[in-house]
Design a binder for this molecule. Structure first.
Ligand code: PGA
Length: 238
C-alpha cells in the first residue's frame, strides 16, 4: 500500500538559519516510516535542505517546463532532480492567480517533472464565490480533466482557495465529499488536503475517507508544529 504524504510548503519564507527546522523534522521523521514526509523550501535552500533532510523528501514549489534553454530566471525539473529534490508542487492557487498559470502550462510542467523523475503535487481548488454558487465540483473537475491520463502518477492536493492562510477549514463532510469526487475523476491519484491545516485539526482531517495526507503552509515553518501534524496521523502528541 502506498504511504500517506505529509508535505510542508514554505512558500516565500525561509533563510539558511531555518534549515535547523528541517533537521528537527528529519529527526522526528525517523520514527514515522509509515508516512512520506516532505518539505518544500524556496529554491535557494533546496540544495542545502536535501543534504540534511535524512528521511524527509525535499520538494520545490514550482518548475519551468522543458529542457535547459535560454530562459532567464527559470529553473527546470532536471535541475531540481540534480540537487536532490524528489517532489515538486505545481499549479498552486497563488501561482495560478498571481502568475497567470493556465492548465496547459501546468500540464507541461507536470510532464517535464515526471520526465525528470520528480513526483508532482498538483494543486486544485475553488474560490469562495465558486463554492457559494454551487460550482466547486465543476471548477475542480475542469482543473483535473486535463490530467486524467496521468492520475496514477500524481498526488493531487485539494486546496480550497478560501481556506488557504485563512485559519478556517471547510466542514469535514465537504472535504470528504470533494475527495470522493476527485477520486472518481482522477482514478489512482493520491489525494491530500491543504488549507489551514494545523496540529489541532490535522487528526480529524487525516482520518477522513480518501484523504491520504495533507499539504501544510504556515504550520510547516516551525518543526514543533509540523511534527505535531505528523504525530496527529497516529493520534499521538509529538
Ligand atoms: P496554509 O497554506 O496551510 O498556510 O493555509 C496551505 C497551502 O497553500 O498549501
Amino acid at each position: 500500500m502506498r504511504k500517506p504524504l505529509i508535505a510542508g510548503n514554505w512558500k516565500m519564507f525561509g533563510r539558511r538559519a531555518d534549515l535547523a527546522q528541517i533537521e528537527a523534522v528529519a529527526a522526528f521523521a525517523a520514527n514515522h516510516s509509515e508516512l512520506d514526509i516532505a518539505l518544500c523550501p524556496p529554491f535557494p535552500l533546496l540544495a542545502q535542505a536535501s543534504a540534511i533532510a535524512g528521511p524527509v523528501l525535499i520538494g520545490a514549489q514550482d518548475c519551468a517546463p522543458g529542457p535547459d534553454a535560454a530562459m532567464t530566471g527559470d529553473v527546470n525539473a532536471a535541475m531540481l532532480a540534480d540537487i536532490g529534490a524528489s517532489l515538486v508542487i505545481l499549479g498552486h492557487s497563488e501561482r495560478r492567480a498571481r502568475h497567470g498559470e493556465s492548465d496547459d502550462l501546468i500540464r507541461a510542467k507536470t510532464e517535464s517533472a515526471l520526465a525528470a523523475g520528480l513526483a508532482p503535487i498538483l494543486c486544485v481548488g475553488e474560490s469562495l464565490s465558486q463554492r457559494q454558487e454551487g460550482r466547486a465540483e465543476a471548477v475542480v473537475g475542469a482543473q483535473i480533466a486535463a490530467f486524467a491520463d496521468l492520475a496514477g502518477e500524481l498526488t493531487i492536493a485539494y486546496e480550497p482557495i478560501w481556506a488557504i492562510g485563512a485559519g478556517a477549514t471547510p466542514a469535514l463532510e465537504d472535504i470528504a465529499g470533494m475527495h470522493a469526487f476527485i477520486a472518481e475523476a482522477a482514478k489512482g491519484a493520491r489525494l491530500i488536503y491543504g488549507g489551514s491545516v494545523k496540529p489541532a485539526n490535522a487528526g480529524e482531517i487525516l482520518a477522513l475517507p480518501k484523504v491520504e495526507g495533507v499539504l501544510v503552509g504556515g504550520a510547516s515553518l516551525k518543526a514543533a508544529d509540523f511534527n505535531a501534524i505528523i504525530a496527529a496521523y497516529r493520534g499521538e502528541a509529538s
